[in-house]
Design a protein around this ligand. Structure first.
Ligand SMILES: [Zn+2]
Ligand SMILES: [Zn+2]
Length: 75
């Protein structure tokens, strides 16, 4: 599977709007912030805004590098 269904991209956008584009880790509000899948799409995560966490590019990269640990407070 090489391509994500558009439902996932839509969920990422909805999740960011719900979070008002505020990074869940550092609190910066940037239009370039990204939607992170809490449960990866590859692991069967749902295409739902509830599965999206808004992160800025720096925190997102740091998270995937294992440099920071984020408590998922939404649940
Ligand atoms: Zn951040
Ligand atoms: Zn991510």
């Amino acid at each position: 599977m090489s391509k994500r269904p558009s439902a996932h991209r839509k969920a990422q956008r909805q999740g960011k709007i719900l979070d008002d584009y505020v990074c869940a880790f550092c609190g910066r509000q940037l239009p370039t912030n990204e939607g992170h899948h809490i449960i990866a799409y590859a692991d069967g995560g749902p295409a739902s805004p509830d599965n999206i966490l808004t992160l800025c590019r720096e925190c997102h990269r740091a998270y995937h590098n294992g440099e920071i640990d984020i408590d998922i407070i939404r649940f």
